[in-house]
Ligand binder design. Structure first.
Ligand code: CA
Ligand code: CA
Ligand code: CA
Length: 346
């Protein structure tokens, strides 16, 4: 098993970082490191397309480790519409020995609750978090590509270090007080790689803060393993108060400022008529023969699928199940292209 993980690490350290164009790939838009297990991460879709989240994973490199063996990995579920955000929240609902549950108020804001420990949403300020993409959708972890990174993988963080701060290669100072609270001297520590060491708990931005991605950031960060994490280049603190969840669910990004950008190209590639579809009957038209389709609800659960290669440009589809509401239809072509579109069944 160890060997297996070593292979993953070398793959990550190697070339498997996707150098995406602006506004073409998901990235982290908010980071919540609160009190107890009140932790969350928000992911933004800067594209004009609906994204199938089952091809994406969040992984935690505990204490900046070189792999997510100890930190955990979570496959995301459902679909993310254009310019919208997805919120993953710590899933602990009961107090356990030495581990207080996540706030129910924060969990109520979640699109998805994380699984039990060890899971990515157990970060405590000194853990690196990665957004990984499965390029083929077959779940082979050694082929996953990092598309965004928060913190440094394998960057010298120790388990008792506090987290990443906003300056490096300089001294931090604190007053030394006696039992009466009178100042009797000064203590100092030299900060390297933006890492706040043990005992300097007020220095890190990544602990007990909510951080939001700067509006000008239009793609994930390619922080090579071992490279110092200069978080203020891409992140701002939100109010500076711990447990501030006021920005969860929205993200202001330059990618959404463009006017007149539409998904007309995608629409002409795939048309559903009528949409909304009455009683689950509609015609699916594609610009080239398709191989298969699957229809999922907003939680990502399959409602209907067809995989025997119907291959018609115009297919009459009837969903036998008596379902109503918002669904997503994903059509796959023989050249591995896939298109996802919203489908409403009345
Ligand atoms: Ca905390
Ligand atoms: Ca940690
Ligand atoms: Ca947000």
């Amino acid at each position: 098993m160890k060997k297996f993980y070593l292979i993953i690490v070398s793959a990550l350290i190697g070339s498997s970082f996707l150098n995406a164009q602006d506004c073409t790939e998901l990235f982290f838009s908010e980071y919540v490191e609160g009190t107890d297990n009140s932790k969350a991460i928000e992911i933004y879709n800067p594209t004009d397309k609906i994204v199938d989240l089952s091809n994406y994973y969040v992984a935690r490199y505990s204490n900046g480790a070189s792999n997510y063996d100890g930190g955990g990995i979570t496959q995301l579920q459902g679909f993310l519409t254009a310019k919208d955000v997805f919120i993953l929240v710590n899933g602990q609902t009961e107090d356990l020995a030495g581990s207080t549950k996540c706030s129910p108020e924060l969990q109520a804001k979640a699109d998805m609750l994380d699984h039990a420990y060890p899971a990515p949403m157990y970060m405590n300020g000194n853990d690196a978090i990665a957004l990984l993409k499965d390029p083929t959708g077959d779940g082979v972890q050694s082929e996953f590509i990092a598309i965004d990174l928060f913190g440094t993988i394998g960057g010298g963080m120790n388990p008792d270090d506090e987290g990443w701060t906003n300056f490096t290669d300089g001294y931090a100072f604190k007053n030394v007080k006696d039992l009466n609270g009178d100042i009797i001297g000064k203590d100092s520590i030299y900060i390297t790689n933006y890492i706040a060491p043990a005992g300097w708990f007020w220095l890190p931005w990544t602990a007990n803060h909510t951080l939001i991605r700067k509006v000008g950031i239009q793609k994930g960060a390619l922080i090579a393993p071992g490279t110092a994490f200069n978080l203020t280049a891409e992140w701002d603190t939100l109010s500076g108060v711990v447990n501030d969840w006021s920005n969860l669910g929205v993200h202001d990004c330059k990618c959404s400022w463009a006017v007149g950008v539409s998904s007309t190209q995608e629409i002409s590639k795939l048309t559903i008529f009528p949409n909304p579809a009455a009683e689950g009957v509609f015609t699916l038209s594609t610009y080239k023969p398709f191989l298969s389709y699957e229809i999922r609800n907003s939680l990502g659960q399959i409602v209907s699928s067809h995989s025997s290669g119907q291959n018609n440009l115009n297919s009459r589809i009837t969903i036998e199940e008596n379902v109503k509401g918002l669904f997503f239809i994903k059509v796959k072509f023989s050249d591995s292209e896939s298109i996802t579109e919203k489908l409403i069944i009345q």
